[in-house]
Design a protein around this ligand. Structure first.
Ligand SMILES: Cc1ncc(C[n+]2csc(CCOP(=O)(O)OP(=O)(O)O)c2C)c(N)n1
Ligand code: SF4
Length: 481
């Protein structure tokens, strides 16, 4: 008799990414402490999204708290929200993309303290979103301070003698509070402790997401969850703590279930919204530049740029100019300034994206192009350039050599060129021209046409025009060489 063959599959839910990019070492591990409830709840949500077939139209809102890195795990749309503000962000996301499933995932500090108003208002309006409220009776991420849900007498780092309800009030029961409102269609409390309750939690999670898929209204699921680290209790005993100490105060219940009605039909997004800027501009009757794709070396396409120098060098204006030119040539653009504390003499830098496609974030942390207007900027930022990236250096202000051997350096005596033209402060426009001439990413005509938009003083337009042209020639010469 042959032995039965068993095949055991242990695998991550498909709702998760294969690798978690935040980990430089083991990309398969989450960052949660052993025995933490967050990982378990994440898994239940990811499994349900896959089972319901709605992952591709789900937007996951990460809070501030231990679960802040939700966007590294959930293979969905992701938005990281300011502390407590996820229900407000979710309102915007749901209303602008009504075909989406919006998940607001929040801790007790996030939801019941700083974000208490947001959650009550969203619940009262009956926004179509699934809120998962992780109640671990503590501020986990910041080291175990008292939360609105900390139990009476429970010791935390800010209540070492135990919560005194005379001073701190009694713990807030969120489900009971939300249940008094008219709009919510499903309000439940469950627990991540013991096989029976964990199973029940899985069903409740699924029910909340199903209710969203059927577009029936606002759902609120409070999950009593372990924080072994913050509580100073080992994982098995943490589960006992939930069942013995938390449940008596926070009874497990389905408080509201009004899901027994027809939901709104799922209507897919009518048609893909135009994403290319020239399509959008054409809708408003504007014609845009005639940039010919293919004319630019692919290395220079869709640059993620950082532009840096000292305050007064026109660094932010240079960034604006690049973004303006990109837009006039029919690309998506973003510009994000970063100021030093001083108006003059301090450091300044900005982030610019010029892209054929929609831009996910205006922040550029790994630039493909760096425009360094002075030496401290080069020293500070050239390490961030991706290998093979391009640095345009204003060598009038950078005596030192670049330390990177795996990038391309374009050296331009921008301040001296501008000085000869009449004003060294036009060095920023020399840099713009040089970048355009070297890479071919922006046409000279576009740069010149953009000038009146970016240089507000009419008397300075002529000087800046000459600066752009001079820089462009320098850049083009270097390209040929
Ligand atoms: C506006 C703002 N205030 C305060 C903080 C500090 N902060 C970070 S996480 C956190 C509490 C998180 O606790 P909780 O929501 O219970 O989540 P947990 O870490 O327990 O999962 C606080 C107060 C912040 N990041 N932003
Ligand atoms: S501190 Fe608490 S909530 Fe945060 S990851 Fe660790 S166990 Fe989880």
């Amino acid at each position: 008799m042959s032995a039965p063959v068993y095949e055991v599959f242990l695998q991550k839910p498909k709702g998760f990414y294969d690798t978690y990019e935040r980990k430089s070492g083991d990309k398969t591990l989450m960052h949660y402490c052993p025995g933490c409830g967050h990982g378990e709840l994440h898994k239940m949500i990811a499994e349900s999204l896959e089972e319901l077939g709605v992952r591709d139209r789900t937007i996951f809102l990460s809070p501030v708290g231990c679960s802040v890195f939700g966007y590294y795990y959930f293979d969905t749309g992701n938005i990281q929200c300011a502390h407590g503000r996820a229900p407000a962000v979710g309102t915007g996301a749901q209303r602008s993309r009504p075909h989406s499933i919006v998940i607001s995932y929040q801790g007790d500090g996030d939801l019941a303290a700083i974000g208490l108003n947001e959650i009550l208002q969203a619940a009262n309006r009956g926004e179509k979103m699934a809120v998962f409220f992780v109640n671990n009776a503590i501020y986990g991420m910041t080291g175990g301070q008292m939360a609105p849900t900390t139990l009476p007498g429970m010791a935390t780092t800010t209540s070492p003698l135990g919560r005194d309800v005379k001073l701190a009030g009694a713990p807030i029961r969120m489900c009971e509070m939300i249940s008094t409102l008219e709009a919510p269609v499903y309000v439940a409390r469950c627990a991540l402790a013991g096989a029976k309750e964990i199973n029940r939690t899985r069903k409740i999670v699924r029910k909340a997401l199903e209710t969203q898929a059927e577009r029936k209204g606002f759902t609120f699921v409070e999950v009593l969850s372990t924080c072994p680290t913050g509580w100073g209790i080992n994982p098995p005993d943490s589960q006992k703590f939930i069942l013995e100490k938390m449940v008596p105060y926070f009874p497990l219940n389905i408080f509201v279930d009004k899901t027994d009605h027809e939901g709104e039909p799922y209507v897919p997004h009518p048609e893909p919204a135009p994403s290319k800027i020239h399509e959008i501009l054409r809708l408003t009757g504007h014609e845009v530049g005639s940039f010919a794709p293919g004319a630019v070396d692919p290395r220079y396409m869709n640059p993620r740029m950082k532009i840096a120098g000292f305050g007064g060098q026109g660094v932010l204006l240079l960034g604006l100019g690049l973004a303006q030119c990109g837009m006039m040539e029919g690309r998506q653009v973003s510009w994000l300034p970063s100021y030093g504390p001083e108006m003059r003499g301090g450091t300044a830098h900005c982030h610019v994206n010029i892209s054929e496609d929609e831009i996910g974030s205006p922040l550029v942390s790994r630039p493909t192009v760096l425009l360094s207007l002075n030496q401290p900027s080069m020293e500070k930022f050239e390490g961030q350039l991706v290998p093979g990236g391009l640095q345009v250096r204003n060598v009038s202000m950078i005596p030192a050599a670049s330390k990177r051997t795996d990038i391309e350096n374009l050296d331009i005596r921008a301040s001296e060129i501008a000085d000869k033209l009449g004003n060294p402060r036009a060095a920023n426009m020399v840099m713009l021209g040089a970048y355009a001439g070297y890479t071919g990413m922006l046409q000279l005509e576009t740069c010149l046409a953009a000038l009146p938009e970016i240089v507000k003083k009419k008397t300075l337009v002529e000087l800046n025009r000459k600066a752009v042209e001079a820089g462009y020639e320098e850049g083009k010469k270097a390209r040929k060489a």
